[in-house]
Write a protein of this length. Structure first.
Length: 127
């Protein structure tokens, strides 16, 4: 693998946690291996590895962009990641309020529903 891949994998583990990454790695097949390498190098090894903004800010941007584009499947994963990125519940709500104004209330509303559900699951795991 490349240095960028190794850096991406380290950041991916830092943000998503070892358990998540191990599950994803175990599910990887020959079919999706090139895609997994692409996102590990591109998303995690380049974008998430940049020190231009904090992980907290990057987390908020990611959640807002996912919601604005209607990519709801990824929102719970990135809500869970806020425990590691430092983005608070208030930060997440601020991001989703921007989504409501600039991309639409229905998308923000659905993202908030997913966030609430995911936070409840996270709190139940902590008990």
């Amino acid at each position: 693998m490349t240095e960028r891949y190794d850096q991406g994998m380290a950041v991916r583990r830092r943000v998503l946690g070892d358990a998540h990454v191990e599950r994803a790695e175990a599910a990887k097949t020959d079919l999706d291996m090139p895609f997994q390498e692409l996102i590990t190098e591109g998303a995690w090894g380049t974008v998430w590895s940049s020190d231009a903004i904090s992980l907290r800010e990057r987390s908020m941007l990611t959640l807002a962009l996912l919601a604005a584009q209607g990519n709801f499947e990824e929102i719970p994963m990135h809500i869970r990641a806020t425990a590691r990125t430092g983005a608070s519940k208030r930060d997440v709500m601020e991001a989703f309020q921007h989504v409501a104004v600039y991309a639409g209330v229905p998308r923000a509303n659905h993202a908030i529903k997913l966030a609430k559900q995911t936070y409840l699951e996270m709190e139940a795991q902590d008990d």
